[in-house]
Design a protein around this ligand. Structure first.
Ligand SMILES: [Zn+2]
Ligand SMILES: [Zn+2]
Ligand SMILES: [Zn+2]
Length: 420
């Protein structure tokens, strides 16, 4: 995440701020330019409440309808092609909400706001990665939509399950309750469980459908996916049951970003996707703060990093990893100074980095709008189609740079001493 400042008075701001604490101006986020802008009210003869954004003064804006619930701070243009927009418009992020919980229950409103806060960070990442995100109205078959649902009051009724189904992402409201979520995290033996993590995981399932499955069963993309993550045609229900009955396979750390990733290739992809989004966002934030890491120990050079590139447009996955691991070493240490759990309680392996590289290249290809392999194209018989679809080259396990390999070794040794 970038670091924002009030364009009227220079006060530093967080992405979630709705007013400047220094000069009192209203603030709104402009998704097109990715800027949180100070605003000036506009007196309009038609009585419509509109604003001038100091960052984009050439047009007027309105707030998203969810601003009324303190659940959003994003702006929409007041007019598009000279015509007024919906008098109660939704912003780019909130237009994807299909169901929100019953807001007459006060605790639902509090939990929904937390969900919205994570969802807006998710969308910020999707916009930075330039990924497609059509709504259900724009793509009735496979558009993206969210249901945020509270468990039914009857304790014997089935609970809401967080998950993804053909573009529809369901998030159980209970995940916004810190005590409940922490209880689930401990029960499931997870080192990390957050709302933002849920969003980034579930959207990973969505982009598997869009960027991998849609290329067709015989595409190069699919072949590379199966080579790295395994064959997703294996029975999902059985795989999940096996995981819950017998626990994760011994040695999962060698091949997966998390134990849950070892359940099934779909979960592996979604977990790895979430880590990719964690990594680029963390690095952007670290870069915005001008963070340099150079530990004052004899191996300080080797374990250091400088973030002088845009992580959302990195050249290669190794550029990300070589910056990210030193940052995690530093921030894990900072967290321990505060008696907190590790900030990044995971260990990356060369195999996991190959998978991150696959996702890095999928995102890059989606951004560059390069064609997907045709549905049903045969490898052997369609050399021309192959030529039009550049192959995804992945980092072979024994092929990571010396610098990455050295960092991975140190990171895995440090992880042998988790904070208890
Ligand atoms: Zn200000
Ligand atoms: Zn909104
Ligand atoms: Zn999943």
């Amino acid at each position: 995440m970038k670091l924002f400042e009030c364009l009227a008075c220079g006060q530093p701001l967080y992405f979630e701020n709705t007013a400047c604490e220094s000069c009192g101006r209203r603030l709104g986020f402009l998704p097109d330019s990715g800027v949180l802008s100070a605003l000036e009210p506009v007196q309009r003869v038609d009585g419509v409440e509109a604003w001038l954004a100091l960052a984009a003064p050439e047009r007027q804006y309105r707030f998203c309808r969810n601003v009324a619930y303190d659940a959003c701070n994003w702006l929409v243009p007041a007019e598009v092609d000279g015509a007024s927009v919906d008098p109660e418009p939704y912003c780019l992020a909130c237009a994807h909400n299909r169901t929100v919980p019953d807001l007459s229950v006060p605790e639902n409103t509090t939990n929904w706001r937390r969900i919205e806060s994570a969802k807006h960070r998710l969308f910020h990442g999707l916009l930075r990665l330039d990924l497609p995100h059509e709504t259900r109205d724009e793509d009735t078959e496979e558009g993206l939509a969210f249901d945020f649902l509270a468990d039914p009051p009857d304790p014997s009724a089935p609970r809401i399950v967080t998950g993804h189904d053909n573009g529809l992402i369901t998030i159980s409201l209970i995940e916004a309750d810190d005590a409940a979520r922490e209880r689930i995290r401990v029960q499931m033996h997870e080192p990390y469980r957050t709302l933002l993590g849920h969003f980034r995981h579930e959207i990973g399932h969505y982009y598997w459908e869009r960027l991998v499955r849609r290329t067709g069963d015989n595409s190069e993309t699919m072949a590379t996916f199966r080579n790295l993550f395994g064959d997703e045609r294996q029975d999902y229900g059985e795989a999940l049951k096996k995981h819950y009955d017998a626990g994760p396979a011994v040695g999962w750390q060698e091949g997966y970003v998390s134990a849950y990733a070892a359940v099934h290739p779909w979960e592996d992809f979604a977990e790895t996707w979430a880590h990719y989004m964690h990594i680029v966002d963390t690095l952007e934030t670290a870069g915005a703060f001008g963070l340099r890491v150079k530990p004052r120990i004899s191996r300080g050079e080797e374990l250091g990093a400088r973030i002088d590139f845009d992580p959302y447009h990195a050249d290669a996955v190794e550029q990300l990893i070589e910056a990210f691991l030193p940052v995690t070493f530093a921030v894990n240490s900072l967290n321990r100074s505060m008696g907190q759990q590790d900030f990044y309680p995971f260990v990356l392996s060369p195999a996991a980095i190959s998978k991150l590289d696959f996702i890095h290249q999928l995102c890059r290809r989606a951004r560059e709008g390069r064609p997907e392999a045709r549905q049903g194209a045969q490898h052997e018989t369609a050399p021309l189609q192959q030529a039009s679809q550049p192959q995804i080259e992945t980092v072979a396990e024994d092929d990571v740079t010396e610098q990455t390999a050295a960092l991975l070794t140190v990171a895995s040794q440090l992880a042998l001493n988790p904070v208890s």
